[in-house]
Ligand binder design. Structure first.
Ligand code: SF4
Length: 321
């Protein structure tokens, strides 16, 4: 996650983007709200922010037919990855709040915690492992530890290098101040956004510099990731009545052929009006499906269905579906 600071620092993406923004559709504006005739409905954040199905049949199956969304290996791994980044952030924060300049060594302190950070993430989600369907192979489960440790190592390296660089430029550095100015992440914000149709809180993975709403994604790139950024930006705007112009999908790729995480799919976006209009149309379509109780059917092209879709076995695994 601190990779975002590194990227921003190298390219000044946010300050460059700021000059181009002129957004009219805001989450506190009724033009973006769920249509009045559908406003008795609400959906949990994951159903609003994620749209893996081209026809939104997943919404019909879960919220009209009442089918339980199976818990996949991808979702389990995604939860662990989110937890790892949040723990790395809090570990770094602890290094600067308790450390003195004389013995400051963020790299070693985070690396020493690496095993316990991974174990804690697994412990937090130990109950989820048994619920995964289909059950993952032992090879997948046993390689997970090393993959998660690789993420900690990479973030420890970037964060300590950036901190050391900032410290080196100042005669009497205040460690805590440098960290909070430079790694300005909020990782536990939640927003009430009833007009946006959220049931319960909307909780993006992080908000960066109070300017960028961010979500951590892993696995293959999905077209709907753009929608996730907009959903959380509109929720932020409804709750805070402050503008949120930028989004980032921090994409975490773990590839067997490399020992360094792949972040080349990570994207900063200006959350402009055309993107907001596309998102609102999709969200309204989901609410119409529930309201009308009509099965939207399968996509005509069977390849449009991702085999990792939670409902793949229901829709494509049965010839009579
Ligand atoms: S299997 Fe295909 S039709 Fe069914 S919910 Fe998934 S993407 Fe949609």
């Amino acid at each position: 996650m601190h990779y975002i600071t590194f990227l921003d620092d190298r390219s000044q993406k946010i300050s460059r983007a700021r000059r181009k923004v002129n957004i009219k559709l805001r989450g506190y504006d009724s033009k973006t709200w769920v249509l009045p005739e559908l406003s008795y409905l609400s959906l949990p954040a994951y159903a609003i922010a994620y749209s893996p199905c081209p026809t939104y049949r997943d919404i019909y199956l879960e919220f009209v037919q009442g089918m339980q969304r199976p818990f996949t290996w991808g979702r389990y791994k995604g939860k662990l990855i989110d937890k790892i980044y949040k723990r790395v952030h809090s570990t770094c924060e602890k290094c600067v709040s308790t450390g003195r300049l004389r013995d400051f060594d963020m790299w070693n302190q985070v690396i020493q915690m690496r095993g316990s950070i991974v174990e804690e993430a697994k412990r937090t989600h130990s109950g989820d492992l048994a619920a995964i369907s289909p059950q993952p192979s032992t090879r997948l489960v046993s390689s997970l530890d090393e993959e998660l440790k690789m993420l900690v190592t990479f973030e420890a390296g970037l964060t300590s290098a950036l901190m050391n660089y900032q410290i080196s430029k100042v005669e009497s550095p205040n460690l805590r101040r440098i960290f909070s100015q430079y790694f300005d992440f909020n990782v536990d914000l939640s927003f009430r956004a009833l007009h946006q149709g959220f049931r319960g809180d909307a909780t993006p993975d992080f908000v960066y510099k109070h300017q960028v709403v961010g979500d951590i994604k892993s696995g293959k790139w999905q077209a709907f990731f753009e929608q996730t950024m907009i959903a959380y930006a509109l929720a932020y705007e409804e709750h805070t009545r402050q503008n949120m112009d930028y989004g980032v999908i921090f994409h975490v790729g773990i590839e067997p052929r490399r020992t360094i995480p792949a972040h080349y799919r990570t994207r900063f976006e200006i959350l402009d009006d055309p993107k907001r209009m596309r998102y609102i149309a999709v969200r309204n379509r989901k609410f119409e499906i529930i309201h009308n109780r009509i099965d939207p059917g399968l996509p005509t092209n069977s390849e449009a269905c991702d085999p990792e879709c939670s409902f793949f076995m229901n829709c494509r695994g049965n010839a009579h579906a």
